[in-house]
Structures are given as structure tokens and as C-alpha cells.
Ligand binder design. Structure first.
Ligand code: HEM
Length: 325
């Protein structure tokens, strides 16, 4: 008994000291979910709200991609606004990152899942260093300051962070792909791109209060009006490394607005369709391909592991008591 107790204390220390050179999806999700497991919920971005509407494409990307979503016309989506973190009851206004996820299904086989965050870049370039960054975040302010000092590649992220002012609405944030992808056209030519959702809302409420302030603001806004974003694509040049999500691309790069994302409705996440969707960034339609960015592979594996855990817990009845979250 005594030996088992001792081992329990020693093993986590060994795990921290010998950080794996290749982080597995299980290790990521163990670290992200932490000591208090919220059964049935996502292990990251656990607090969210389902949204739905349509993307109105203006056809201006068809020169670069034959993805059906970008033909001139409308495609419905099921999406989700969320805040970063593993607590499904966390206060909305304290989260450092806000997010938007989208799922398009143009046919039974052509699906596209998109998950975007408010920063335009990551602080790090590879999964192993991201794992160390999460350890530092969990260890507290001194550890994360030291982490940034030891990782000069964080500079573009820190520049964004120092100028970022959170708004009073999910509808007024800019959401970024961060990772780059290739657009593929009919001639099989490829163009590396990043994208962002640019809000059309300029003024937002101030003095919001309450744990669910952003969700309530969204519900009240959608009762009065649709929420509209411009979907803006940035084209890389040969000077940009599309495999490095920590490096910002210069502002001078060509940008193309592909159309407008129109959000018309919302649902509580446990009652809505978004809860059972895995917004894996490697679920891509024809006409869009992943770059070699290693973070994309790590994301795909971790989202699947988180999804597997929460789906099994839901089957076992974990969420029956709280259907209004
Ligand atoms: C190695 C890096 C990353 C890891 C390990 C990771 C891990 C995770 C996990 C485990 C989930 C929960 C998935 C689920 O249960 O459905 C999640 C959700 C999410 N992640 Fe990441 N993530 C990473 C990087 C990123 C980046 C770069 C972005 C932004 C571009 C991002 C945006 C999101 C969003 C928006 C969600 C919530 C999606 C939803 O509403 O279901 N993540 N992440």
C-alpha cells in the first residue's frame, strides 16, 4: 500500500521531468483536462454555444480552389462559439481566448470542419513545445513568463497579446485559422493561405456582467439581428513559411474576401447539433489540403481523443442532469 502511494507521487514528477519528444494525443488530453474531469464535455474549449446560419460565397476564390463552398451561392453551417479552457462553467469574460468553429457539409462525402481562435498566430511552432507551454500556463505567471523568455519564437504572439482588447461580444471578435492550408484549383495548382473572420460589428456593449455574459449578449443580439462576418483569405508568397504557425505574415500580403458568414440562430450546446461534432481541422473537402505544419496533425489526434472520451461518457449518461449548459 505504502509503495503504491509513493509511486503515485513520483510518477507524475518523472513524467514532467522527462517530457516526451513526441507527444501523444492521450498525453495532450490528459494535460488539458487536468485533475477535475468534466465528464461529457470537450477537454479544451469546454464552454460554448451552438450557432447556425449560412455562408454566402461571392465566387472570388474559384480561381484558387474548386471547393464547392466557394462557388457563388449559399452553404449552411453548424458552428460553435467557445472560450478556451476545460471548465464548462467558467466565467466568459475571464478567458484569454475566444473561438469560432464551423462545419459545412456540401454532400455526404464533402465535409469541412474549421476551428479558429482570436490570436492570429500560436506562441510556438511544434506540438512538443506547445505541450511545454501548457505545463507552464498551469504552473502559473512566473513559469509562463520564463517560458516566453526561453522561446523567442513567441514574439509575434506576444505582440498581438499586448495590443489585444477583448470586446463585449462574440460577434465583434476576429477569429483566425492560425495554421495555413493550401487552396487547390482545377489545374491542380496550389496556393498557401491563412484566413480570418472579420467582424462587421463595430460598437459593442460595455460593462457586461455575469458568468455567461458573452452567451447572453449573443442570445439577445440574435433575437434582434443576424450577425455577419467577412471571410478574408490571406495569400502567402514564397517568403512565408506556411508550416510555421508562430510566424505572422506581413500585412502587405494580398487579401481576398470570399463572402459573408451570416449567423441567424443559436442553441444551448447540450441541446444543439454542435455538441456532437468534432471540429477536426484535417476534415477537409476537395479543393483544400493541409500544409505540413505538425501542429495540424497534433490537433487532429487530440480532438479525436477528446471526442472519444466525451462521447463515451455521454453514452454512459454523464450529461443527463444539466441540459441547459
Ligand atoms: C497542438 C495544438 C492543439 C491541441 C493539442 C488542441 C487541443 C484541443 C482539444 C483536445 C479540443 C477539444 C476537441 C473536442 O472535444 O471536440 C480543442 C478544441 C478546439 N481547439 Fe484546439 N488544440 C490545439 C491547437 C489549436 C489551434 C491552433 C486552434 C486555432 C486555430 C485551436 C482551436 C480550437 C477550437 C476553436 C476548439 C473548439 C472547437 C469546438 O467548438 O468544438 N486549437 N483543441
Amino acid at each position: 500500500m505504502k509503495t503504491i502511494f509513493m509511486l503515485g507521487l513520483v510518477l507524475p514528477c518523472i513524467a514532467l521531468a522527462q517530457q516526451p519528444s513526441k507527444v501523444t494525443p492521450q498525453q495532450f488530453v490528459n494535460l488539458q483536462e487536468g485533475d477535475i474531469v468534466h465528464k461529457g464535455f470537450r477537454r479544451a474549449h469546454a464552454k460554448g454555444i451552438c450557432i447556425s446560419g449560412e455562408f454566402l460565397s461571392n465566387g472570388s476564390l474559384t480561381k484558387y480552389t474548386h471547393a464547392k463552398v466557394f462557388e457563388k451561392g449559399s452553404t449552411p453551417f453548424i458552428g460553435r462559439f467557445s472560450i478556451a479552457g476545460s471548465n464548462p462553467s467558467a466565467p466568459d469574460l475571464k478567458a484569454p481566448v475566444r473561438s469560432m468553429a464551423l462545419s459545412f457539409a456540401t454532400s455526404a462525402t464533402q465535409q469541412w470542419r474549421v476551428a479558429m481562435n482570436t490570436p492570429p498566430v500560436m506562441a510556438v511552432s511544434d506540438p512538443h513545445t506547445f505541450y511545454q507551454q501548457i505545463i507552464a500556463i498551469k504552473a502559473g505567471p512566473e513559469a509562463i513568463q520564463k517560458f516566453f523568455k526561453d522561446h523567442p519564437e513567441s514574439q509575434d504572439f506576444l505582440n498581438w497579446k499586448s495590443s489585444y482588447q477583448p470586446s463585449g461580444s462574440f460577434a465583434a471578435e476576429t477569429y483566425n485559422s492560425i495554421n495555413a492550408f493550401y487552396l487547390i484549383n482545377e489545374q491542380d495548382e496550389k496556393q498557401a493561405v491563412r484566413w480570418h473572420m472579420r467582424p462587421t460589428l463595430t460598437a459593442t456593449p460595455e460593462g457586461l456582467k455575469g458568468e455567461d455574459a458573452l452567451q447572453q449578449e449573443l442570445q439577445q443580439r440574435l433575437a434582434k439581428e443576424d450577425i455577419v462576418f467577412d471571410w478574408v483569405y490571406t495569400l502567402a508568397t514564397e517568403a512565408d513559411n506556411e508550416n510555421d504557425p508562430a510566424r505572422a505574415w506581413p500585412n502587405s500580403r494580398q487579401q481576398i474576401t470570399a463572402g459573408q458568414l451570416v449567423i441567424r440562430d443559436w442553441q444551448f450546446q447540450l441541446k444543439g447539433e454542435c455538441h456532437s461534432i468534432n471540429y477536426d481541422p484535417l476534415v477537409l473537402p476537395e479543393g483544400i489540403e493541409p500544409t505540413a505544419d505538425p501542429i495540424l496533425r497534433a490537433r487532429s489526434g487530440a480532438y479525436a481523443e477528446s471526442y472519444r472520451r466525451r462521447a463515451r461518457e455521454v453514452l454512459n449518461g454523464a450529461l443527463e442532469a444539466n441540459s441547459n449548459e
